[in-house]
Design a protein around this ligand. Sequence first.
Ligand SMILES: C[S@@+](CC[C@H](N)C(=O)[O-])C[C@H]1O[C@@H](n2cnc3c(N)ncnc32)[C@H](O)[C@@H]1O
Length: 365
Amino acid sequence: MRRPHRPSGGAKDRPALRHDRASGTTSHAGGASEAKRRNPRVPQPLDPAEPEERPARPPLAVREGARPLERLPVILSVASDRDYGLIDSGGGEKLERYGPLLVRRPENQAIWPRRLGEARWEDVDAVFTGDTEEEGTGRWRFPKVPLGETWPLAHDGLSYLGRFTSFRHVGVFPEQAAHWAFIEEKVRARGPVRLLNLFGYTGVASLIGARAGAEVTHVDASKKAIGWARENQELAGLGDRPIRWICEDAVRYAEREVRRGSRYDAILLDPPKYGRGPKGEVWQLFDDLPYLLSLTRELLTDRPLFVVLTAYSIRASFYTLSALMAEAMRGRGGAVESGELVIEEEGAEPRRLSTSLFSRWIADV
Ligand SMILES: C[S@@+](CC[C@H](N)C(=O)[O-])C[C@H]1O[C@@H](n2cnc3c(N)ncnc32)[C@H](O)[C@@H]1O
């Protein structure tokens, strides 16, 4: 049953990808002017596929047993390294280093003054100009030399491509590095595990998991994002690792896996606030996340490792995610840690840029 759109504005939006049938291309949803006319605060994809009615769902399962321990707030802070750095922020923008390139983009959260002078902010390789809304339209400008769509990047020795995509995104979300370290550590400590990555985008988390020894199932609604993720797999030299790339609606995939009796040891969920499955299935975080998390619980093996959830741009607190996760995981022991993912500026007295909320359930505490 399709429910009405529930608006939830905010500055921490992340992209849903949309497919444009006319051009055969896919881009991040929500920035197009028509969507903005409809509701300037809410990214609304212009996916030409008619929204598909989701089949009626059973009432949300009320789980029994003790609630897991809850730890909060937990702030996971990503600091600069040789692959990425937040050089400065302020005045509604951020100045970042992505491998060899300096990139300047709008950042609604950065309402404080900049530390560096204009000369430093001018000396960049790429600038996103245009709408200051997270999902707003605009274009990339290359003040020094014209750049292609992609450039080589790495994280902790894992190679992948940066991309100048529509709507200011660069094909990776550096704050996720906090989760990548956690995934890597847990997977390496356990040995071969099955990892499910829902809303996997360009696949860095999937590749980190695969490199650590996991058998990975990566699900995303966008064919284009899956293509980018596969390209990253080759670039990372992980072409021989067991990764299944699946272009499907995350809810639909999880429902099918539950029916089939498939099980996973570790599950990642990085949903947008609003998105569409390949058949037009509407994803609304507030409406659909409780159900998806309930399915996630059913997908866990008897000896699971973790569930990691990140949420962007929602009018909610990490208390919300924590309560949702803790209720979903009742009776399964472990602990739920919830808080924010933040990026720390380089240098002395760094300001911290809040990017997203997260909640993770950890089986062994
Ligand atoms: C916020 S991005 C995920 C970013 C990624 N985890 C990372 O850190 O690089 C959200 C992704 O969800 C996908 N998506 C949107 N709606 C979806 C749906 N209904 N089912 C599956 N994936 C969807 C988009 O294509 C996009 O790649």
